[in-house]
Design a protein around this ligand. Structure first.
Ligand SMILES: [Zn+2]
Length: 139
C-alpha cells in the first residue's frame, strides 16, 4: 500500500446502503437485521447460508424489509441448489454426486433435490423467455 493509498483509506468513512431506498448510511447510524432467506449463500462465511443480512437507514425501512422477507417462503431446495451451485464453481466437471454433496456440506439426497429444483426453475425460465435447452445432470 502506497502512502497515497493510506491517505485515501484514512479519509474513508465506513458506510453501507439501505437495502430499501439505497441511501448511503455511515456505519454508526446503520441498522441491521438477520432474516431467513433460502436464496442466500456466502463464499466467505457458509455459516450464514440461509440467512440474509439486511441494512437500513431507519427503523421504518428496516421494518419494511423484515416484513418482505417474512412473507417470502423459505424453500430448502432453493438453499441446497445454491450450495451446489457454489460447490460446482470450485471444481472441474464431471463431479460425482457424492463429492458434490460433500463439497456442499449437504447429503446426496439434498444435493439431488436442489439440482431438481434448479432444473425445474430453469425449465420454467426457458418456457417463458426461451433459450438453450440445457439442464444439470440428475434431472
Ligand atoms: Zn432507507
Amino acid at each position: 500500500m502506497t502512502a497515497e493509498d493510506r491517505a485515501w483509506a484514512a479519509d474513508f468513512e465506513p458506510c453501507d446502503i439501505c437495502d430499501l431506498c439505497g441511501e448511503v448510511v455511515g456505519d454508526d447510524d446503520l441498522l441491521g437485521a438477520l432474516v431467513p432467506d433460502s436464496s442466500a449463500v456466502y463464499g466467505t462465511d457458509p455459516a450464514l447460508d440461509g440467512k440474509r443480512v439486511l441494512t437500513a437507514c431507519t427503523v421504518d425501512h428496516l421494518a419494511v424489509l423484515v416484513e418482505q422477507y417474512r412473507a417470502r417462503p423459505f424453500v430448502a431446495e432453493e438453499l441446497w441448489a445454491a450450495k451446489v451451485r457454489r460447490a460446482v464453481a470450485e471444481v472441474a466437471p464431471p463431479v460425482p454426486l457424492s463429492l458434490l454433496a460433500k463439497l456442499s456440506g449437504i447429503s446426496e439426497q439434498e444435493a439431488l433435490r436442489g439440482i431438481y429444483w434448479h432444473n425445474a426453475r430453469a425449465r420454467e425460465w426457458r418456457a417463458r423467455y426461451g433459450g438453450a435447452d440445457r439442464a444439470c445432470r440428475g434431472d
